[in-house]
Design a protein around this ligand. Sequence first.
Ligand SMILES: [Zn+2]
Length: 101
Amino acid sequence: MPTEYKRIRCPTCHAIRRADRNAPDDLMHLALTFLTGGLWLGVWVWRATTRDPWRCGVCGRNLGGRTRTPLWVDVLAVVILAAIVAVGLALWIAAAAGQTR
Ligand SMILES: [Zn+2]
């Protein structure tokens, strides 16, 4: 998992410190979306919009708090996922019906 860095004032250390947090691995999510025929897209959207908190690189203090995904992003991810599943099922059913003729 890639790591993001930035310089931020740490209240515990009373100094500017390098903070870090985990970042989404877009290449992995792209591969998983491709390999699962689009099913992974909802997970990717969720992960891309939900960030871990910044942590002080010296004392480890939480410097940002978890950024919560807005509700509409969660709803949008579920709708996209449901649409992909519905299209996949429709194509699968159509293909199965075509084979029985
Ligand atoms: Zn600190």
